[in-house]
Design a protein around this ligand. Structure first.
Ligand SMILES: Cc1cc2nc3c(=O)[nH]c(=O)nc-3n(C[C@H](O)[C@H](O)[C@H](O)COP(=O)(O)OP(=O)(O)OC[C@H]3O[C@@H](n4cnc5c(N)ncnc54)[C@H](O)[C@@H]3O)c2cc1C
Length: 304
């Protein structure tokens, strides 16, 4: 079977693309390697998606999924490992099988960046975490550290202040990049200890995390803070390393035409966190999913 479009990834961008493609009556399938929902399903509360002043990431993504399934979305669970352009159609090599489509919409998003310091890999799952909603409750009434200074770091730190005894917030700069409203909220929390202009140098422990060693970026002075958990939110890496034939920037984000979101491979589009842009949020991912699906429909009409 040759689909009109295959969407790779079931996060906000992929489900938005699916809704638009299905309403255009395209014959599509969405391929997801893990669980539908994407990164936003990992957050406890989303407050900046228009129309929904406050709900959990899981709740929001359930609404997206129900909407798409209501239009007849078919989801296949498989991981795509490669895309090749075979002229009239593209071939997608999956772990389980191969798929063919006239167009492809890549919405593979991103995964958390690592600090790459001693102890991080060793203690992942034993005190080191990249998901506050998933692991926060394990640290009830304990001292923990959060690393990062952007929206995700401060939002997740704020969530953790309600569960844990104290949050040591480690950020390499003097000021945060996060939205002002999130910063204000965190400044009001009583159990936050700010360690600005500090970077983590090692995560220490025996079987589980016992402390984190941090260094002042100016004086190079080091100190060790006793903590049971370290939550890391220092940005993301696009999940695009498997795409060998598509042009990317130096950080691995896919380059696209700004008007159509078409990549360097004709008929292959990219939306959401996987492509190069300024703001990585659900609102932008959703808008781009809609745009990519519409451009894919036009591409099929132009070549048919
Ligand atoms: C902790 C945290 C808190 C956040 N809070 C907010 C917030 O409050 N508001 C907001 O707007 N945004 C927030 N964001 C950002 C938001 O989650 C992302 O911008 C959004 O999820 C991007 O959507 P996406 O569809 O591009 O990618 P993703 O959500 O990353 O989804 C990509 C999907 O593709 C799948 N996939 C990847 N590779 C393959 C493959 N090879 N084959 C098949 N499937 C594949 C993945 O499993 C995943 O399900 C937050 C992010 C984090 C990490």
């Amino acid at each position: 079977m040759i689909y009109d479009a295959i969407i790779i990834g079931g996060g906000p961008a992929g489900l938005s693309a699916a809704i638009y493609a299905l309403r255009a009556r395209l014959n599509i399938v969405l391929i997801e390697k893990m669980a539908v929902g994407g990164q936003i399903a990992l957050t406890d509360n989303i407050e900046n998606y228009p129309g929904f002043p406050s709900l959990s990431g899981v709740e929001l993504m359930q609404k997206f999924e129900e909407h798409a399934k209501g239009l007849g979305l078919q989801i296949i669970y498989d991981e795509i490992k490669d895309i090749t352009d075979d002229g009239e159609y593209k071939t997608l090599r999956g772990v389980n099988e191969n798929y063919q489509a006239k167009t492809v919409i890549i919405t593979v998003g991103a995964s958390p960046k690592r600090l790459n310091i001693p102890g991080e890999r060793e203690f992942t799952g034993r005190g080191v975490s990249y998901c506050a909603t998933c692991d926060g409750p394990f640290f009830k009434d304990q001292d923990i550290a959060v690393v990062g200074g952007g929206d995700a770091a401060l939002k997740e730190a704020n969530y953790l202040t309600k569960i844990v005894k104290s949050v040591t917030l480690i950020h390499r700069r003097k000021e945060f990049r996060a939205e002002k409203i999130i910063q204000e909220r965190l400044h009001n929390a009583k159990n936050v200890i700010m360690q600005l202009e500090h970077i983590p140098v090692s995560i220490n422990g025996d079987k589980t995390v016992e402390s984190i060693t941090i260094e002042n970026v100016k004086t190079k002075e080091r100190k060790t803070v006793p903590v049971k958990g370290v939550f890391i939110f220092i940005g993301i890496n696009p999940q695009t390393s498997f795409l060998k034939n598509i042009e990317k920037d130096e950080r691995g984000f896919i380059k696209t035409d700004p008007y159509t979101l078409m990549t360097s491979m004709p008929g292959v589009f990219c939306a959401g966190d996987a492509h190069s842009k300024k703001l990585l949020q659900v609102a932008t991912a959703v808008g781009e999913g809609a745009l990519a699906a519409t451009a894919a429909e036009e591409f099929i009409c132009d070549v048919c």
